[in-house]
Design a protein around this ligand. Structure first.
Ligand SMILES: C[S@@+](CC[C@H](N)C(=O)[O-])C[C@H]1O[C@@H](n2cnc3c(N)ncnc32)[C@H](O)[C@@H]1O
Length: 272
């Protein structure tokens, strides 16, 4: 139920985020401004800082950080979505934002050359998230800050398993969502001291969640993910908190829509 190795996973990532560069990219830019601003506050982004947004997608964090810091590099593995970061930066007139193609597990920055490294909604696509944290810790100076925003799953293995099955049907470049204990472990192992955390639920419709991943109601993947989502309603067995939309918004002959909640964890840390 997962890519066999790092190269295979990276090929799946490139394929997926090339296909969804527009639909996912536009969604992320429009809906994650508050996320990016919150993370910028949590890592105390300031006018003298040099920063990097790793696995930046369409520039979700970098476009906001560019308004707070001296210089920011937006790095991603997928040329098509990185092109959107570049065009978004030009459109917004952000001359201090540069784009680079690269792997977050092997960063093209010198030791201690940055003040801040951040990443959002990326670690669950990466075969070795601990390596990303080690790289982020390596490239920031002592006292530098590392910030992560990602999906978080409960510790319960049964819930994690069903959550993963649904995520994987939706997106086969999904590697593994982390639980709070996993985040604590990989931050500590990288020599990063966690200074602040927040968790927020992001309610949305199941249809929109599938839409930004490129699926229509008639697709086999849509139907299978929906079946599993419905099966998890009674006991919230996949931690998506699913519930049907009120009946009055359902058109005759149509199945009712489902609301779900994606829980995001925001972590700010300091290199010790
Ligand atoms: C769900 S998107 C998140 C994009 C953006 N950070 C956001 O929050 O909207 C995941 C991104 O991670 C990138 N990605 C996945 N694996 C990567 C890797 N090993 N190195 C760099 N980027 C990677 C993908 O190309 C994609 O743009």
């Amino acid at each position: 139920m997962c890519a066999a190795n790092d190269n295979e996973l990276k090929a799946l990532v490139r394929e997926r985020f090339t296909r969804t560069a527009e639909v996912f990219g536009d969604y992320a830019i429009a809906h994650r401004v508050r996320d990016a601003e919150l993370l910028a506050r949590m890592v105390s982004a300031g006018p003298n800082d040099r920063a990097a947004d790793l696995a930046c997608g369409p520039g979700t964090l970098a476009l906001r950080f560019a308004r707070h810091v001296r210089w920011v590099c937006a790095l991603d593995l997928t040329p098509a979505i990185l092109a959107r970061a570049r065009s978004n930066a030009i459109k917004d007139g952000l001359a201090n934002l540069v784009c680079a193609l690269g792997d977050a597990q092997a960063l093209p920055f010198g030791d201690g050359s940055l003040d801040i490294a951040v990443t959002s909604y990326s670690l669950h696509h990466i075969s070795d998230p601990a390596k990303v944290l080690r790289e982020m810790a390596r490239v920031v100076r002592p006292g530098g800050r590392v910030g992560v925003l990602d999906i978080v799953v409960p510790e319960d293995p049964k819930i994690r398993e069903l959550n993963h099955r649904i995520e994987y049907i939706r997106d086969d470049s999904h590697s593994r969502s982390l639980a709070r204990s996993d985040f604590d472990r990989i931050f500590a192992a990288a020599g990063l001291r966690i200074v602040a955390t927040e968790a927020h639920g992001h309610p949305r419709t199941f249809d929109h969640w599938m839409h930004v991943a490129g699926w229509k109601r008639t697709d086999r993947e849509y139907m299978e993910a929906r079946r599993l989502m419905e099966s998890s309603m009674m006991d919230d067995g996949a931690d998506f908190h699913p519930r049907f939309e009120p009946a009055e918004v359902v058109r005759p002959g149509e199945k009712p829509g489902i609301y779900i909640v994606n829980t995001g964890i925001y972590i700010a840390s300091e290199k010790t």
